[in-house]
Design a protein around this ligand. Structure first.
Ligand SMILES: [Zn+2]
Length: 402
């Protein structure tokens, strides 16, 4: 593993020391990125070294912080060729510990927190990040304080309890949960691991991009569709492409177009993108079946919008009905029970393959596209149950689907 030489502010470029806990840039609140000595690594870290390494994200140890990993087997999830569409792959993040891609960021963040001597960590969560934090804090022997909206999927709540975390259900959204953590963290002595308010969840999630490179035999796809609430997946993969470029891994190939998937009931990034803004406005009355996409004001909005511009990508929203249809279609055609957030990728892929009037489609059938399923649908049984799905009825003692 590599020493983080410093943490760099993504707004003003200031450097901060990495040998003590840091949240955001003290000058401007900018998101901090961990920086390594990539120039030295360039000669020593080559893709052929990876072949025999363990099938976890820690296989990319040269570009991860030099700490003792708190690992539950996260990362290196399958990249499955679609059975429905040519040149499309599904990256199934539902096979991570705690059933979502959140395990990646939390594994690295908790590993670093433990190495820095932190004892208590706190996080507001729309659902799956809280589950992941509860599990990794348990594995690390840290005290976890998690704040979730009261109407998160049942699995997320039960998981926090099983892993022994301190869970508070809040009558509000993740933004309300975040405010509570911010207000109490100083007096309680909590380290805040909110999305993008500590530097290492990005480090864990960036490994998704390294995996795509490895699983596609040293090539990157032409486009990536990623469901985005806080937007960390997109931010983190883009950072990984920067690193791969500096490591000399990306010769003669361009980076993928990055496509953000949001839900119509909470689409602040889509709105800002369509209005050509540099930051998002708080989305009022967020409501969607995809709990993880209910982030009304993502902290890293300026980074996501910049990546969309630089990658010639786009941001698209789909309705809850389209998401539910996509969940069933992925189930039927691919054998994958996707989280509603993940299924939004499929719904958006279909939209972008259709031409709008005289305009050619945004994506052609020849373009190699990766759709991210960010979690398993098994964590949303209560969400799916009874909502436009066949419901079991009890008749004379026989239980059957009708
Ligand atoms: Zn700054």
């Amino acid at each position: 593993m590599s020493k983080v030489i410093h943490l760099e502010c993504t707004r003003c470029g200031s450097d901060l020391p990495a040998d003590k806990p840091q949240n955001v840039c003290p000058k401007d609140g900018g998101v901090l990125f961990a920086r390594y000595d990539l120039r030295s690594l360039k000669t020593n870290f080559t893709p052929d070294l990876l072949a025999d390494r363990s099938a976890t994200l820690w296989r990319y140890r040269e570009v991860l912080p030099d700490v003792g990993p708190i690992s539950l087997g996260e990362g290196f999830t399958p990249l499955l060729p679609s059975r429905e569409f040519r040149n499309v792959w599904i990256k199934d993040e539902g096979l991570n510990p705690t059933g979502s891609f959140k395990a990646r960021g939390v594994s690295v963040a908790v590993s670093v927190a433990k190495s820095l001597g932190i004892k208590k960590i706190a996080m507001p969560s729309a659902g799956n990040a809280g589950s992941a934090l509860a599990a990794y804090a348990a594995a690390a022997g840290l005290e976890a304080h998690i704040f979730m909206p009261a109407d998160v999927p049942l699995a997320n709540r039960v998981e926090c309890e099983v892993y022994g975390a301190n869970l508070t259900l809040v009558n509000g959204l993740i933004s309300d949960c975040g405010r509570i953590v911010a207000e109490r963290k100083e007096t309680e002595g909590w380290f805040d691991v909110s999305t993008l308010k500590e530097p290492y969840r990005v480090e864990g999630k960036k490994t998704m991009a390294y995996e795509l490179f490895e699983q596609l035999d040293g090539q990157l796809p032409d486009a990536i569709i990623f469901p985005s609430g806080g937007g960390v997946g997109v931010i983190a993969m883009w950072k990984a492409f920067d690193e791969m470029e500096q490591l000399g891994w990306l010769t003669n190939q361009s980076r993928p177009r990055m496509i953000v998937a949001q839900a119509a009931g909470c689409a602040p990034i889509v709105k800002a993108w369509n209005e050509n803004k540099l930051a998002v406005e708080m989305w009022k009355d967020s409501a969607t079946v995809a709990a993880g996409l209910r982030v009304p004001k993502p902290y890293g909005d300026y980074l996501v919008l910049d990546i969309l511009r630089r990658s010639k990508g786009t941001a698209v929203a789909v309705t809850d009905d389209e998401i539910r249809t996509a969940v069933r279609d992925w189930g039927k055609h691919e054998g994958i029970f996707a989280a509603p957030e993940g299924a939004a990728s499929l719904a958006i892929y279909r939209k972008l393959r259709m031409s709008s009037g005289a305009d050619p489609p945004f994506l052609s059938e020849n373009e190699r596209v990766v759709l991210f399923n960010t979690g398993t649908g098994l964590k949303y049984l209560d969400v799916f149950q009874g909502r436009k799905h066949p419901v079991s009825r009890h008749i004379g003692g026989i239980i059957g689907p009708y």
